[in-house]
Design a protein around this ligand. Sequence first.
Ligand SMILES: Nc1ncnc2c1ncn2[C@@H]1O[C@H](COP(=O)(O)OP(=O)(O)O)[C@@H](O)[C@H]1O
Ligand SMILES: [Mg+2]
Length: 489
Amino acid sequence: MGVLLRISTSINSIRDHETLQRRLLESIFEVVPAERGAVLLAGRGQDEITAVFGLERDAASGRGVKVSRTIVQRVLRDSVAVLSNDVRDSDDFAEARSLAVANVHSVLAVPLQFADRRLGVLYLDSSSPKARFDEGHLRLLAAIAGIASVALENARQIQWLENENRRLLHDAGLEHNMVGESPAMRAVLEFVAKVAGTRATVLITGESGTGKELVARAVHQNGERARKPFVAINCAALAATLLESELFGHERGAFTGAVTQKQGKLEVADGGTLFLDEVGELAPALQGKLLRVLQEHEFERVGGTRSIKVDVRVVAATNRDLKEMVRTGAFREDLFYRINVVALAMPPLRERREDVPLLARYFASKDAARCNRRVEGISAEAIDCLMNYDWPGNVRELENAVERAVVLGSGEILRPEDLPESVLEAEPRAQPCVTRYHEAIQATKKEIILKAFKEAGGNYVETARLLDVHPNYLHRLVRTMNLKGTLRK
Ligand SMILES: Nc1ncnc2c1ncn2[C@@H]1O[C@H](COP(=O)(O)OP(=O)(O)O)[C@@H](O)[C@H]1O
Ligand SMILES: [Mg+2]
């Protein structure tokens, strides 16, 4: 009964693809009367199978597992499940000659999907006319496929992380610390590759925590100035007068407390890059002075008269709408055009949710190493919660949530109960494509939970124990799956 959740716990910590696939098929053989099974994985293009792992229930027969290409392609391309108990008589698969060769009677195949990504196909068959697959097997297999997809995607992403630097360096010749493979993130890397080699002033906009500073560093690191300093200054952190002397430096005696002469960040950054974070907070007087630096490459220290020449590339960032600030007079228009030579808008994390598991895993392994803790992975349920949350604080908030989980969590797998309340409390998002396949998974999950409740006499803690999940997570499931009403009856 708890087979789904058992599978979920047993396969979630497996990093190695082959072990994972073997364990998965063995678990399936326990509940579906198939003779052979195979996990077929699609390549990057998502429409061709590039890897097959087959297993026979009776391994002694040693005939190897042959799968029908026709059926697999159908399942993969159309994201449909196939259930057939008389394959040879079916008009649909008349061309599937490999079936006849293997003398196959019944076939059951479902897609493996993660978010919108087509990962592959889970395939079962049988030659015995007595072993028939039914609708129940189909629903069970679909639900198992849902769980397996998360585990497979996790394993794939771990491999991705391991190869990440090498591959990205090869792909774009870029050096950076940005994790992500969503189209939005790829566009960001392409932008960096394009502008790094120029000396154009760059404006990076985007919500706080989206990685603006990382981009600024990557722009610096991949240009000719990489060996010269990268100097960051946050325009919101200091009062205007302090900021001014930080930026431009001051002469001795320029103001009370200026007991020595001091170089400003502009001078320190000579030959390199100056990162002006939160540039929208710059006071009007300083806006004018900065404009002069950008136009004439020179300035005076506070309290000084001598002009100092510098060669500095400016990268600025803001989470404000500078255009609107220009309209209301809060930001100088001429400065805006000087800064906004090339601009990049960082996507908020909620618009590239597919990067969430990858980022979470990346932070988990980083934090685990730092805290000297053993963390083997993140459970499918926890990934579910992370993907479902809106991340108003973007990557920084995710980073903090994962760090907290690593520090406070008790097991080697991060679980939903290790995550902050705010993440767990998130309302489930409406599924973009409600297919029959998703409905089948939901229905099966519901059925399992309701059965467990019945067996436990309606007791939450006991039900959670039967299902091998944390009671908090069970509460969340009941809430998000709208089971409260059903349970009360
Ligand atoms: N793509 C990413 N990969 C890895 N870490 C990231 C990524 N984007 C942001 N971070 C991390 O999130 C935190 C916030 O990033 P930061 O660049 O300071 O954002 P912003 O400047 O937009 O507020 C930092 O700790 C940064 O290392
Ligand atoms: Mg920042």
